[in-house]
Every structure is written in C-alpha cells, then in structure tokens.
Design a protein around this ligand. Structure first.
Ligand SMILES: [Zn+2]
Ligand SMILES: [Zn+2]
Length: 418
C-alpha cells in the first residue's frame, strides 16, 4: 500500500508487541498467496483484504483510498498494470525530507502507465542512486520508505554517475498528469464510481462525436470495434489504457470519464482533434505483432557497450523497449558484456566510495573515542557528513575495519562496541 495523504501505521508506545499477531498472520497468509506484494496497491482482492485489515487494526478509516480500490468497478482487474519493481521520483523523496516529514511512495508510481513525475518533469527512477541496484523498494521484508533496501542509501540522493536518459515525451507527461489527477480525485470521491455511469458517459461521447456509431468511434480512439462493442453490450470493463485512449481523443480527461462527469463536456473542435492524434494509441487489431529491426538493435547494443557511462541490461531493455530475455537470446555475448561491465562498474563505485570515505571515517572515529564514547553506528553517523553515510555500503563491516585501525593507533581507548 502506498501513502497518498499521511498514513502512519507504526506502533503506539506501550507494551503491546508490534506487529500484533493478527497482522503477522495476515502477512504470512499474504506471503503464501499467489498475489505479489506489489499488488497491495492495486484494485485486486488482496488490496481489499489488506486495507480493511489495516483499517481495523489502526483505526484509520478508509485506507482503501490509498490503493486503486475505489476504481475497481470502472477499471478491469487485469487492466491496471502494476510495476513489478518499484519506481520513484528522487526529487519528490528529497522534497519530503527537506520539508521535514517522512518520505513516502506515491500511489501513482505503482503504475506502469506512469513513467515520469509531472511535478518535476523527470523520468521515474528504478535504480538506487548509490548502489545502482533496482527493485530497491520491494525486495525486503522490512522497507523504510525512501531508503534503499539493498544498501540503505536515501533514494532521494544525487546519482553519482548520470545514467543516459531518454527524453520525456509529451504523451508520457500527459498520461502521468491524468493518473495524478485521478489519485487526487479519489481522496474526495464520496461514492465509488460505477461501471454503468462510465458506460453511459462513453455512449454519450460516441453520440456526440460519431453520431452513435461505435465502430467509427473505435477507429478514432485506436481500439478494435469488438472492444468497444463489449463495453456497451456486455459486462466488460475498459482497461486503464483504453480509458486513457477515450479520455485523450474526446478531451474529457480520465478522472471525469471514470467518474461519469460529462456535464459541460463538448466534443473537441477539428483543430483540437488534430492535436489529440498525438496521443492516439496504435490500433491493436491492425498491428498484432511489433516487428523489431534486429540489425538496429545489434547496433544499439554495441553503442551501449562502448559508451563512456556503463549501463545495466535492464536499462538497455527499457530504452530499447525489448525484454531482457529477448536481448540475451538475440545477442548473448554483447548483452552479457554489457551486464558484466555494469557489475564491474558497481564494484568499482563501491570501492571508490569507501576510499573517499576513509579519511572521514577515521576522523569521526577518533572524535568518538576522544569523547570517551563507544565506537558504534549511532555515534559515527552523528559525526559523518550525510553524503558520506549515504555512500557506504555494509556500514557494519566498514565500522569493524575502522575499529581495528583506531584501536591499533590508540590502545588507551577501549570503550568500543559495535
Ligand atoms: Zn517528483
Ligand atoms: Zn542502494
């Protein structure tokens, strides 16, 4: 679950153990279930179970509003693509921290549909700025929102070596804005939007724009006529992408479409329609399979391999829009070389970070000992610059080394503990 407003589920002070046994039972059940942890933010049943249970345990009402549950009747269950590896806007997290409150993951970052932060106009990141690993949010039993689950660094920190980044396209920004608006609206929506209202709104749009001809409208929004037909004539619900297509081509906007607010909406003028074609998705029925120019892919792989900044295979896959598995199948050698180069770079960066940090660590350690205090993590961190603390991986191991060095240098100080 992701926080949109302020949600704190930390233990209250007292003798009760945390998490309570009931929560632990739920955790175990959830871990055993087929649902992936990330789907807790979705509109599936796991989200309902979790939000209801947490509401009951924390006495915070309506936690379902922190998931996509309010939209479960108007977005089909399989039509809400949730990211499998966490993505985040480093600048949003940094802003949270600068404002003095706990950083939190935005619900909008959970969706594959959202690839950029409309507030900061930056691409969402999947990699920790310090250790460069991905999946730094989900892959741990204990997650402190805003900090890397692999190395502990702050995810809102500066990236040491800038990864090559694709320019942000207007359509990405538009999509992200639509979803951000949707999440904003869901905080205040009184009644869960219903499928009937959505279908009535779509019918109204088809009537105004295409004289009630569903086939013509389907072509206009880049969907197959069967898809639109099933919305109108059976109980099928549009996917998020399909609703975005309707919202973009009619100009009504996603939140108004899904909440059935068609009052005041008028069909776009000819000129506006021209601009809207920018966002028109390709019709799936006409282009069933994407043809990949493999020679171009080979050329791009070579380019990635030889560019000055090493890059991960996952990032290459993201930029080329080709699955990692396909890259390995097509050009195993080059893809492996790209991966090895990235790993070597991460190792170098770890060593370099440590080299840079050693003088700071030694002087902080000496200060701690001079003050007659224990050489522990808390005392060290209190004396180290923030960016040094952030850059070190495996702090406990490093602290042991520092202790060894300093004990050798100053045997009179024995008040040491890790
Ligand atoms: Zn941001
Ligand atoms: Zn990290």
């Amino acid at each position: 679950m992701t926080r949109c407003g302020t949600l704190r589920t930390a233990p209250a002070c007292g003798s009760h153990s945390w998490p309570p046994p009931a929560v632990m039972k739920l955790f175990r059940r959830f871990a055993d279930s087929a649902d992936r942890p990330c789907s807790v933010s979705s509109a599936r049943s796991a989200a309902l179970t979790w939000s209801s249970a947490l509401s009951a345990l924390t006495s915070i009402p309506r936690l379902d509003r922190l998931t996509f549950l309010p939209w479960r009747d108007v977005i089909s269950q399989n039509g809400l693509p949730i990211v499998s590896k966490g993505q985040f806007c480093p600048q949003c997290l940094a802003e949270d921290q600068a404002a003095g409150h706990a950083p939190y993951f935005r619900l909008t970052w959970e969706l594959k549909t959202v690839s950029v932060c409309p507030r900061h106009r930056v691409r969402l990141s999947q990699h920790c700025p310090c250790c460069g690993k991905d999946n730094v949010r989900h892959a741990a039993a204990l997650v402190v929102p805003g900090w890397c689950t692999k190395c502990g660094a702050f995810l809102g920190g500066q990236t040491r070596a800038a990864e090559p980044e694709m320019a942000i396209e207007a359509v990405e920004l538009w999509r992200a804005r639509q979803v951000y608006e949707l999440v904003r609206v869901q905080q205040s929506v009184e009644q869960a939007p219903s499928r009937d209202m959505l279908v009535a709104t779509i019918e109204h749009i088809i009537g105004e724009m295409d004289g009630g001809q569903a086939t013509r409208f389907a072509g206009r929004v880049g969907l197959s006529k069967g898809t639109v037909h099933y919305w109108l004539k059976s109980d099928k619900t549009p996917t998020l992408d399909a609703s975005l297509a309707v919202a973009s081509q009619s100009g009504i906007g996603l939140s108004r479409l899904l909440t059935g607010q068609s009052q005041g909406w008028t069909p776009p003028t000819q000129g506006q329609q021209l601009a809207l074609t920018l966002f028109k998705p390709e019709c799936r029925s006409k282009s069933p399979a994407r043809t990949i120019d493999w020679e171009e892919v080979d050329r791009q792989l070579q380019k990635f391999l030889h560019q000055p900044n090493p890059v991960s295979v996952r990032e290459v896959s993201r930029q080329l829009g080709i699955e990692v598995r396909q890259l390995y199948l097509r050009d195993n050698q080059t893809t492996r070389q790209i991966g090895q180069r990235w790993l070597a770079y991460l190792r170098r960066r770890k060593v370099a970070n440590l080299q840079e940090a050693i003088p700071h660590l030694e002087s902080a350690g000496k200060e701690v000992l001079m003050a007659g205090k224990s050489l522990n993590l808390r005392e060290m961190k209190a004396r180290l610059p923030h960016e040094v603390t952030q850059s070190i991986q495996g702090f406990y191991g490093v602290l042991k080394d520092v202790r060894l060095r300093l004990v050798g240098e100053s045997p009179e100080h024995h008040k040491i503990s890790v």
